[in-house]
Design a protein around this ligand. Structure first.
Ligand code: HSE
Length: 403
């Protein structure tokens, strides 16, 4: 019997513990492993929990118990998660986590420490919840040079946008439902303002391109400014608005990454990925586009990825410890320099618009503000858009994903 410990009994911690309890037979059949959750670290005793007899209040118990082979960090945040991950690895234990913030901010150091200590640090659940996406990058796509990755990386915002667009719910109502279902972060600002998706696109950039991308470098825009008029304009043009994280390698070898709402065309493979579902498109130079789709948040869903990482630590230790290098000078390009088409809404006279943007094709929707014009632009960077729009009142600007 292999003993493990889980740090935290929130959504993911309890989902992971449930899986080892409820799926013991299938786990034994698939992996030959009998896994017992020996400890769950909590801030207080939980007499109401089905795991009440395993709850401990101090990390020392876990750290000093030689029986514990894997520690699953499911607390969230950087501290004390980082400190516990370091202590566990230094005590010779494998560590797995679904904590995007921890991996995005400290992954460079923690993956290096894992290698030094001869243990695993795995984090499949940190991107895409229950979707297998990180392991396929290092294994199934290992023979490819990856050129670009983009996707719907946050279940809460995709749920909110879907409920607003399809069911006419208010932003507040849809957010409250996402919180009730356990999709949202403790502070849902991280979801709504794109911060969670930013952490995930950083991890994907780290994994796919081999060098560390700092979340602070990544231009990040959330969904809080999207209006029903934006949704109607998108529909009128044959697009749907989706919050995407995107990272790509440019022809000159530099890498960029950003998070922003996009107009996504109807033919795109993830345009109909709705609700809490995440969808990620990875382009490899040999395979072309591959699409990974599934539940991006939730207890059992993310617990499924955490549990799989735990089982990998036990059955295939060190076979593929992901790792990346510090970012070299000049590696990262500010996404504001990336040329793309934009959909813009502008309050200005026709002459001013033509002088700034040339001969554009206007789009109209019923009930539009008569003082406002809306149109797609030619490909231009965000910087060029801002310069062209000087003196005009740009009321909304969204990137158009033409792939
Ligand atoms: N709050 C996150 C989301 C949880 O909604 O996607 C999963 O990372």
């Amino acid at each position: 019997m292999t003993k493990i410990a889980i740090l935290g009994i929130g959504t993911v911690g309890s989902g992971t513990a449930d899986i080892f309890e409820d799926n013991a037979d299938v786990i034994r059949k698939n992996t030959g492993e009998e896994v017992q959750v020996k400890y769950i670290l909590c801030r207080r005793m939980r007499p109401e929990s089905r795991f009440a007899d395993r709850i401990v209040l101090d990390f020392d118990t876990i750290e000093s118990d030689p029986e514990i082979r894997v520690v699953a960090e499911c607390m969230g945040g950087v501290h004390p998660a980082y400190d516990y991950a370091v202590r566990a690895m230094k005590a010779g234990k494998h560590v797995v986590t679904s904590n995007k913030q921890l991996v995005a901010e400290c992954g460079l150091e923690l993956t290096r420490l894992a290698r030094e200590q001869g243990v695993c640090f795995l984090f499949e659940g940190s991107v895409g919840g229950g979707i297998p996406v990180l392991r396929p990058i290092t294994r199934c796509l290992a023979a490819n040079r990856i050129d670009s990755v983009y996707g719907i990386l946050n279940g809460t915002t995709n749920y909110i946008l879907t409920e607003m667009i399809q069911c006419g719910k208010s932003f507040a109502q849809a957010l409250s439902e996402a919180q009730e279902k356990g999709y949202a972060e403790l502070d849902p600002t991280a979801d709504v303002e794109g911060i969670d998706a930013c952490r995930k696109i950083c991890i994907l950039a780290d994994m796919c391109f081999g060098y560390n991308v700092d979340p602070a470098q990544v231009r990040t825009q959330g969904i809080s400014a999207i209006t029903s008029a934006d949704v109607d304009y998108a529909r009128r043009m044959g697009y749907r608005i989706k919050l995407l994280g995107r990272t790509l390698r440019l022809p000159d070898g530099r890498v960029t990454a950003y998070v922003a709402p996009h107009f996504v065309e109807k033919e795109n493979p993830i345009v109909n990925v709705d609700g809490v579902i995440n969808g990620i498109v990875i382009h490899g130079n040999a395979v072309g586009n591959t699409v990974f789709c599934g539940p991006g948040a939730g207890a059992a869903e993310t617990g499924s990825a955490v549990a799989a990482d735990i089982l990998d630590c036990l059955t295939q230790p060190l076979s593929r410890q992901p790792a990346w290098e510090p970012q070299p000078e000049g590696y990262f390009m500010d996404a504001d320099e990336l040329p793309m088409r934009w959909f813009v809404r502008v309050k200005a006279d026709l002459g001013g618009i033509e002088a700034a943007f040339g001969n554009v094709h206007f789009v109209s929707i019923p009930g539009a503000d008569p003082a406002e014009y809306a149109f797609p632009t030619e490909p231009m960077s965000a910087k060029a858009l801002a310069e062209a729009g000087q003196g005009l009142e740009i009321t909304a600007a969204y990137r158009i994903l033409d792939e």
